[in-house]
Design a protein around this ligand. Sequence first.
Ligand SMILES: [Zn+2]
Length: 304
Amino acid sequence: MVALEAVGCDLCGADDAEPLRQLRDRMFETTSQAFQLVRCRRCGLIYLNPRPPVDELGQYYRDDYAPFARHGLAARVKSQTFRREVASLWRLLVPPKRVIDIGCATGELLQSIQVHGNDNLLGIEPSSIAAATARSRWGLEVVTGTLEAACLPDASVDTALLAHTIEHLPSPTRTLAELHRVIKPGGAVVLWLPNADSWAARVLGGWWIGYDAPRHLYDFTPGTLARLLRQNGFAVQSIDHEWIGLEWSWALRLRLRDRRPDSRLNGVLASLHPAMTALFTPVAAMAALAGHGGRIRVVAMRLN
Ligand SMILES: [Zn+2]
């Protein structure tokens, strides 16, 4: 058991939070330890408290952690998704814009941008194995470590991408402040993240993959994320809700696995996963239409 440490609210600085729910590592089962999710009574930010110390976080990321996976159906679906996202965001990514990807994992999002025609790219990734893969597979320039440690020059970046990164950061406020320094006035930040104000979060509870304790230290809503951005000199321009039923099929799969932890069932569930995802997609699509999708993409512009 890792000794956990208490933290205050990263958004408003208060130390006044109410308990929300107990979470376990359902996805990778790296620990049997329970983690407490809390909500700040002042600003509504949802976060893990107490939580593992920053230098203990690496042990909760297995080598087959999904963003590091390189093969199979999940990888193919991911690469199609990236291609579609890059096309729809191209005005923010078009050469000669300087684009950085914070938490780039094995580099597939940057590679999609490269294929689309922009080479002016930099990845930043704390996992040295994932960073080395991004370099050797795609020839990308990748700094191992954090944005803060990369010490980029002032106003040197046009667009920063954080694809399922912000919820993993020890202090989103510190990282956003650093982004404000390195992004040019009028530049953009694009974030993909789970939406804690979603139907999926409400209905699936502790089985919602968006909670993913203890890898996710924060669970943002559109409201708390907009406040985080505003406080650090960014204005939200758009919020798009994803409509694929992934989280519903994952919740069912994790729940069944928890009841009957035998490996044959696991294999069957894995093979049924794409079909179950398709089956749940109408529910996810309705949630997205209602403005309560399980995952969102947020574009924000740096103010002067
Ligand atoms: Zn707060």
